[in-house]
Design a protein around this ligand. Structure first.
Ligand SMILES: C[S@@+](CC[C@H](N)C(=O)[O-])C[C@H]1O[C@@H](n2cnc3c(N)ncnc32)[C@H](O)[C@@H]1O
Length: 430
């Protein structure tokens, strides 16, 4: 069958506005559900791409924006070698841990039970919050106000201390990842429509029970996936705009979902657990992480940023930035952030151009690529056709456009317009 038709058949969805299209189904929960964030795409979409690209276990897949590892976990489940790059240390840790399956599941559970016993009796003796351990004041400043109530925080810190004291070479990362998941469950955070603090505060939460349940799920998933545990997988903590550390000519396919120009600060989605687990200890570290990320919002732009140089060759991107600025002035918007919307758009598309350029040496000739991206209207309601523009940029850098496939539509909350989320399929000519 013609390659294009084959891809269209595999990726077709009868009802693109269906909410469930982007959700994790019960049959896909194993491993994926150890830790996910709001920005994740669904495993079934990855499977459809793998099928469309006819990927075999003799090939290697890359996700350059691997997030919590949906592409990588799905590849590993199917025995396909995979590599990820991710610039947020919490997400890199999560995806790397989700790929670590060489674990004695029964011993993991036993170790976790011992930890819970110790912490339970300790909490019974010293129940009061505010006692040691506490968060470092510089790290605490990074949390949103009331992100988590004192009591659940105290329990989490006590649990974390025990996990660290009993640090086990096989189980340490899994136990910490389970703690990250529980931290979010025990917090006051909400993730939709925007990431922030809910009005309804949880004054307490059954932290130890939730944590043990999370570890139990890991243990049972590990038994389920054990036959596939040997396929190689690795996630690098690095910037997808500079992929020098990957082996040249080693990648057969890319399946990924990069950030969109949507005014979301991606570090907010993982802030609580990043602070708790020590990935972010102060403002300087937060800034350093943000600088490694694509510029997709006006809150994370720095005077020394240069990615907009890469957008100079794309008149449509420049026109878009001008239209955003024109509308800002027409609408009388004067905030510092709104003044940066045009530049954020140029930096975003410039950064993606840099990424596509940096990716070229890593790909095998004929490699197929799937980029899942959404149209946006976050900048003063100016419609940004993210997928179409990225396809043009990729084509200018030597990629062939195979297809732009509609994955689903999302209703924009402010404009009530349906925005397209698409799979951009490219081929690297080599
Ligand atoms: C839409 S999310 C990917 C979600 C992922 N598909 C999943 O299922 O969890 C985009 C990811 O790109 C990461 N990212 C942003 N800029 C990056 C960069 N320059 N290099 C590597 N990763 C980056 C963000 O931290 C975020 O985790």
């Amino acid at each position: 069958m013609d390659n294009c038709l084959q891809i269209a058949n595999c990726l077709s969805s009868p009802n693109p506005s269906q909410r469930s299209l982007n959700q994790l189904t019960a049959s896909d929960r194993a491993v994926h559900d150890w830790y996910r964030f709001i920005l994740s795409f669904p495993p079934h979409l990855v499977r459809q791409c793998l099928e469309a690209f006819q990927i075999t276990p003799q090939q290697r897949v890359l996700d350059p924006f691997s997030g919590t590892g949906t592409t990588l976990v799905e590849c590993k489940k199917l025995g396909v070698p995979c590599i990820g790059t991710e610039a947020n240390p919490m997400a890199q840790f999560a995806s790397q841990t989700k790929l670590s399956w060489q674990i004695d599941a029964a011993a993991l559970l036993q170790h976790a039970q011992q930890i819970v016993e110790t912490v339970s009796s300790d909490l019974a003796l010293f129940p009061a919050e505010g006692l040691h351990p506490t968060l470092d004041p510089e790290a605490e400043k990074l949390l949103f106000k009331d992100a988590i109530s004192h009591r659940p925080l105290h329990k989490l810190l006590r649990l974390l201390k025990e996990v660290e004291q009993r640090s086990h070479p096989q189980f340490y990362h899994h136990e910490r990842l389970a703690l990250a998941k529980v931290a979010v469950l025990a917090s006051n955070l909400r993730f939709a429509p925007e990431i922030g603090v809910s009005r309804q505060r949880k004054t307490d939460a059954p932290v130890l029970r939730l944590w043990l349940e999370a570890v139990q799920i890991m243990a049972s998933d590990l038994l389920q996936v054990s036959p596939q545990r040997r396929s190689p997988s690795q996630v690098y903590l690095c910037d997808a705009r500079c992929l020098d550390q990957l082996q040249p000519g080693s990648i057969d396919a890319v399946i990924t979902s990069p950030p969109y120009p949507n005014e979301k600060d991606y570090t907010r989605a993982t802030r609580l657990e990043s602070v708790l687990l020590g990935f972010l200890q102060n403002k300087a570290e937060l800034r350093a992480v943000k600088q490694q990320l694509l510029r997709s919002n006006s809150r994370s732009i720095y005077s020394q940023d240069t990615d907009d140089q890469w957008s100079l060759g794309y008149p449509e991107v420049l026109q878009l930035a001008q239209e955003i600025e024109r509308r800002r002035q027409a609408w009388g918007k004067t905030s510092g952030f709104s003044r940066l919307y045009g530049r954020a758009t140029r930096l975003y598309f410039g950064g993606m151009a840099k990424h596509f350029a940096s990716l070229r040496p890593v790909l095998k000739p004929g490699a197929l690529l799937a980029y899942v991206v959404g149209d946006q209207a976050s900048y003063l309601r100016v419609h940004i056709q993210t997928g179409r523009l990225l396809a043009e940029i990729a084509q200018s850098l030597g990629y062939e456009l195979v297809d732009i496939h509609l994955f689903r539509t999302r209703r924009a909350s402010k404009t009530e317009v349906d925005l397209r989320e698409e799979v951009i399929v490219l081929r690297w000519r080599g």
